[in-house]
Structures are given as structure tokens and as C-alpha cells.
Ligand binder design. Structure first.
Ligand code: NDP
Length: 318
């Protein structure tokens, strides 16, 4: 009897983590501490508004205080810096998140560096990036931390395995590669100038792809039985492309008919079919990102007060 690939259910794993974070929040509340998250959302970017709304909603569900700051598109870097400084100084705010992307005239790097490292729940501050690189526990980027949780909780060991990460962004690709290296995988990082990409991807026991190219990684680029982690979130609005990617998939067709678009990852469905395990899109890595943000906020609340942090901290390093 042949066994098909295992679906790594991000929604289930995220629910598990949120439940654990909820317990920590209640323990803190018993000591009179309510973790607080401030989210800065500049202007009107519909996709960002959706993300921020779900972050705020999840805070509410878990008993984390949240505050949304919505300065106009015209805000200057200096004005943003003083917003961040105000939040740095507040005792009721444990985490500060600046929703990206920011308008072009705002200096994103300066702002990310202005966030106090111990309130940097996105893990983007150079100090936290350096801590991650040197394998110290701390606040690490949420999506890569979520990927590590998926692997760990699905009992997929990466020790000594060939792990290939396609994409080298500061937000996903690079920190994921570092976490995998910290966990003793043999890591290769590829990007858009990599020559003969399939040569690398075909060697991967674990293939993590974060490039933002719908259906790009096809079955012929994948080692049969490999674990595939699809970080891509791509919205497709072309009916012919949906049919080409998912022929005869009634559920996707219904979603497309209802919404005029479907979300797909960076893997082609044909690659999933020959894998050992894979994260679906939607319902895979994306589900973990907010759960890890909640975990980071609670960790920041504890770290700032010198309280002992939970087991999730160690897991974030890799
Ligand atoms: P970026 O655009 O910052 O980085 C994309 C990376 O992919 C770059 O390193 C680029 O290479 C590489 N790349 C692009 N095209 C190719 C190609 N054809 N072959 C090889 N490498 C390529 O994107 P992000 O890292 O921010 O996001 C990647 C994807 O993940 C997006 O779809 C995004 O929506 C999604 N995402 C999902 C999250 C989640 O919660 N699931 C969270 C964050 C992102 P180079 O550096 O050489 O240009």
C-alpha cells in the first residue's frame, strides 16, 4: 500500500502554540502583568491592513493588550522615529511591530534600528539578528521561527540533512538558513542569481522556498520523499493559471468563483505530490507567523522583567 505525502498542518500547529501562549498570558495576568503589543500601520495598504487586523484580533483572543497606530502615508521618518521612541519608553508596551512595507520616502532601516531590541518582536533589529547568528536565545523573526516549530512539532529532524533555502531576504530566507544551521542541517542558500537552481533543489532533503513566484518549484526540481516548506503567498487572479496549476480542483475553482482570486505558494502542486511531507498554501507556514508573534510578545514581556521564559525561546534559535 503506498502512503501519500504528509500534510504539515500549520493551522493545527499554530493553534497548539497559541494555546500554550494563552497559558503563559494567564500566568502573567495572575502576577498583574498584561503583555502589550503596539502595531504601527502607515497609510492604506489593503494586504497590510488584513495582516494587522488579524494580529490585533489574535492578541484579543489570547488576552494580550494591543494598540494600533495608524499614521498617514505622508508621515516623515523623523515623525515615525518619535512615535517609536514614545513606544520604547512606555512600560505597558512589550512589543513594537512596524508593519512593512513602509512608504518609499520613509527610512525603513533607521526605523527598525530605532526599536528597542528587547521590544523588537519581529526580530529585525541587527542586535537580535546577531544574537540569532551566534545561537543565543532571543527575539527571532516570526516566519522562520514558525518554520522551525512546524518541523519540530512534526518530528522532522534536520540534523545532518541537506537543507536548501531558496530566497535570501532578511525577513525569511536568511534567518531560516541560520536557524537550520543552528540545528545542524547542512545548509545551502539560493537566490535569483544562482546558476542551475535545480541542481541544488534536487539534492535537498528539506527544501524551504520563499521567493514569491507562484508554482515556480516543479516536481522535476525536487527529490522524491523530501520535506517541502512553502513560504510563498501569491494571489492569482487569472482563471487559466488557476486551472493550469490545479486542474479539476473543485475547491480552488469555487474559491476563485467567489473571490476572483486564489492564494498559491511557490511550489507547483506536482512537487507536493512526490514529497514526503509538505506545508500547504494556505494553511501552512502563514498560519504560524501570527502565533510566533504572540509568542515573541509574551517572551518580550518576560525578558524585560527578568522573568524565566518558556521552552519556545530555545526553539526560536533553531
Ligand atoms: P523578497 O522579495 O524580499 O525576497 C525574495 C527572495 O527570493 C530574494 O532573495 C530573491 O533573490 C529570491 N528569488 C526571487 N525570484 C527567484 C528565482 N526565480 N529563483 C531563485 N530565487 C529567487 O521576499 P520575502 O522573503 O519577503 O517573501 C518571499 C515570499 O514569502 C513572498 O511570497 C511573501 O509573500 C511570502 N511571505 C510569507 C510569509 C508567511 O507568513 N507565510 C511571511 C513573509 C513572506 P535575490 O535576493 O537574488 O533578489
Amino acid at each position: 500500500m503506498s502512503v501519500g505525502p504528509k500534510i504539515l498542518d500549520g493551522i493545527l500547529i499554530a493553534a497548539e502554540i497559541k494555546a500554550e501562549v494563552g497559558v503563559e498570558v494567564r500566568e502573567l495576568a495572575a502576577q498583574g502583568i498584561i503583555p502589550g503589543l503596539a502595531v504601527i500601520l502607515v497609510g492604506h495598504v489593503p494586504a497590510s491592513e488584513i495582516y494587522v487586523r488579524s494580529k490585533v484580533k489574535t492578541c484579543g483572543e489570547l488576552g494580550i493588550y494591543s494598540e494600533m497606530l495608524t499614521p498617514p502615508e505622508t508621515i516623515t521618518t523623523e515623525q515615525m522615529l518619535s512615535l517609536v521612541e514614545g513606544l520604547n519608553a512606555r512600560d505597558d508596551i512589550d512589543g513594537i511591530l512596524i508593519q512593512l512595507p513602509l512608504p518609499k520616502h520613509v527610512d525603513t532601516r533607521r526605523l527598525l534600528e530605532a526599536v528597542m531590541p528587547n521590544k523588537d518582536v519581529d526580530g529585525f533589529h541587527p542586535l537580535n539578528a546577531g544574537r540569532l547568528l551566534s545561537g543565543q536565545p532571543g527575539l527571532a523573526p516570526c516566519t522562520p521561527a514558525g518554520i522551525m516549530q512546524i518541523l519540530r512539532r512534526s518530528e522532522i529532524s534536520v540534523v545532518g540533512k541537506n537543507a536548501v533555502v531558496v530566497g535570501r531576504s532578511d525577513i525569511v530566507g536568511k534567518p531560516t538558513a541560520v536557524m537550520l544551521l543552528n540545528t545542524s542541517a547542512t545548509v545551502t542558500v539560493c537566490h535569483h542569481l544562482t546558476k542551475n537552481l535545480p541542481r541544488y533543489t534536487r539534492e535537498a532533503d528539506l527544501l524551504v522556498v520563499a521567493i514569491g513566484q507562484p508554482g515556480f518549484i516543479t516536481a522535476d526540481m525536487v527529490k522524491p520523499g523530501a520535506t517541502l516548506i512553502d513560504v510563498g503567498i501569491n494571489r492569482i487572479t487569472d482563471a487559466a493559471r488557476v486551472e493550469e496549476l490545479f486542474p479539476g480542483d473543485a475547491a480552488r475553482a469555487a474559491t476563485f468563483a467567489k473571490r476572483g482570486s486564489v492564494v498559491v505558494g511557490d511550489f507547483h502542486p506536482s512537487a507536493f505530490a512526490i514529497s514526503g511531507a509538505y506545508t500547504p498554501v494556505p494553511g501552512g507556514v502563514g498560519a504560524l507567523t501570527i502565533a510566533m508573534l504572540m509568542a515573541n510578545t509574551v517572551m518580550a514581556a518576560k525578558l524585560r522583567r527578568g522573568l524565566e521564559t518558556g521552552p519556545l525561546v530555545a526553539a526560536m534559535v533553531g
